[in-house]
Design a protein around this ligand. Sequence first.
Ligand SMILES: [Zn+2]
Ligand SMILES: [Zn+2]
Length: 162
Amino acid sequence: MNVNWVRLFNNKVSDLEYSDHWNIIKDDNLLPSRSPTGWNFYKTSSFARFHCSTCPNKWASAKALIIFSMRLQNGEGEVKVRFCKQQCRQNHAVEANFVEPVFDEENIKQVLNRLIAKIQQRCYHESIGKRTTWCESNVKVQGPHEKKHCEACKLGICTEES
Ligand SMILES: [Zn+2]
Ligand SMILES: [Zn+2]
């Protein structure tokens, strides 16, 4: 798992007013439909870049999907995260790999702020008065959404219109 995510997550949870220990791990098989009881599911998206692993092509997405599942039990908080991958649209002799999004630190922080708000609501039953808002990046994103290159579409959890 990307060290920035872990470091920034640890920073954020240390600000919580509770003594529980929280941990974040990557789970590439995480699915909303498979969330067992006791786990809280949360889905969000953020601006990210993708780099093809087969050719030099790079692209950006304003709504790279991230899914989380979290649970607090006996003083141990666990968060599982899955980053939905995308596939290069260039022609490849062999089908290109689906690759993970790369997020800027600023975007990671915004995502984590929303995640922590969810943890406060669902795991600590705090009422969060103000809605967490975020500004979408105004970076121009190329082309329409192509479902066949989107892992979230394949999983049936994508919110993006084609
Ligand atoms: Zn490619
Ligand atoms: Zn999609």
